[in-house]
Design a protein around this ligand. Structure first.
Ligand code: 5GP
Length: 177
């Protein structure tokens, strides 16, 4: 089976490009049905979701907008701790249906923080669409509307996801050995 080496680690192929595209198409079809007439704003979370967003949006055929956001961490002193802030929200989402497009939901803490921030802009509703979910790692109560694939707890790279910023360009998904 195909494998890749990135820096100090070996990864083996776990999900092929055609399998991924099939699942991405299924999610797009659901979105097309559910959100018809809603004129949604898709918010793609960089960097990890870039490839997923690109493929997903080829199959989304309802009128919609796409925008790209990023969550950045700023760590101050020990007493103030770390703050996560949102960058790049240039679309007015007040009263709009928002679809967050994420690469992976692991513990769910990142998504919870993002929901918290986006809700302050008073959208009509927020849907969550993730390429991958590690169900056994989920720590928080999240209603995830669209999941392309559920996977085990192992660390993966490819199709937008990185190992130390490398491997995002792989068209398939690989699992650490
Ligand atoms: P959470 O806050 O849900 O625990 O983590 C979400 C973030 O952790 C993702 O956006 C992603 O950046 C990173 N992450 C979680 N699991 C993996 C994984 O298996 N591979 C990679 N490359 N990143 C992961």
């Amino acid at each position: 089976m195909k494998s890749v080496r990135i820096k100090d680690k070996n990864f083996k192929l776990s999900i092929t490009e055609s399998e991924i595209l099939e699942k991405v198409k299924n999610v797009a079809n659901k979105i097309n049905k559910d959100l018809e007439g809603e004129n949604p704003v898709f918010l793609s979370v960089l960097n990890g979701a870039f490839m997923f967003t690109s493929d997903l949006m080829k199959y989304v055929n309802i009128p919609s907008e796409i925008s790209f956001i990023r969550l950045s961490s700023y760590c101050g002193t020990e007493s103030t701790g770390c703050v996560r802030s949102l960058m790049g929200l240039t679309t007015d989402i007040k009263g709009r249906t928002v679809v967050i497009v994420e690469d992976i939901v692991d513990t769910g803490l990142t998504m919870l923080k993002l929901l918290d921030i986006l809700n302050q802009y008073e959208p009509k509703e927020i849907k969550i669409c993730t390429l991958l979910l590690k169900p056994d790692k989920l720590k928080v109560d999240l209603n995830i509307d669209y999941v392309a694939m559920s996977i085990p707890n192992d660390f993966i790279v490819g199709y937008g996801l990185d190992y130390d910023e490398y491997g995002r360009n792989l068209p398939e998904i690989y699992t650490v050995e």
